[in-house]
Write a protein that binds this ligand. Sequence first.
Ligand code: FPP
Length: 235
Amino acid sequence: MEKDNLCKHIAIIMDGNGRWAKKRSMPRTYGHKKGAENVVNITRAMKDSGVEFLTLYAFSTENWQRSEEEVNALMNLLNEYLDKEFKEIMDNDVRIIFIGERDMLDKNIQKKMAYIEKESNNNTSLTLCVALSYGSRQEIVNTVKNIAKNVKEGAIGIEDISIDLINKNLYTRDIPDPDILIRTSGEQRISNYLLWQLAYTELFFTKTYWPDFGKDELLDIIQQFNNRERRYGKN
Ligand code: FPP
């Protein structure tokens, strides 16, 4: 049996910031602050791991329903992250892309996102894909709408609809499917994350809360992945 051991893409659900803070009798927003710091740590660690793509679930479409205070705190952190980390991103040759419903975000944040994407577009050491205001079902709805429009306008026929065409219409059109999904904090759910793209992904769940998830655990998971046999439904 042929083994496909090369991990190109890791996707992470960064869960447990709130519980991490609660354990320390601190506000949830402090947990998010530590979580954002850990985004920087893990991005650095990834650069040494040889993995080419990292996709992080920073804010889901469902997260808009959290308290105004918490949504504002997350948006402020994101805003700060885009300002503070721009230089480090460029110095480290990281390409940034964003997936999700951008229109729902503040115009100023949208502008910064577009700027960073453009400036970092030719960087090649690592692609960091940030899922922001992202929901997989919404992504699939948008994809179906695009394809339906193309059929209606006569640009393509129904017989042209294929797995490949759907891949090309998703937000993730420029990146391969994840090889590894990690969810921190002990929850074992996919939570509307990359539903189509995770079809053959190896799943890893750890009890560690996101702010404590470090390089050693990341490298250990990559090692475990290397020992798993992927069959893609074949014998
Ligand atoms: C889940 O913890 C985490 C989030 C909803 C947001 C993740 C955001 C960050 C790590 C920081 C911002 C990101 C960037 C790119 C700057 P939770 O609040 O659901 O924790 P809980 O389940 O313990 O309550």
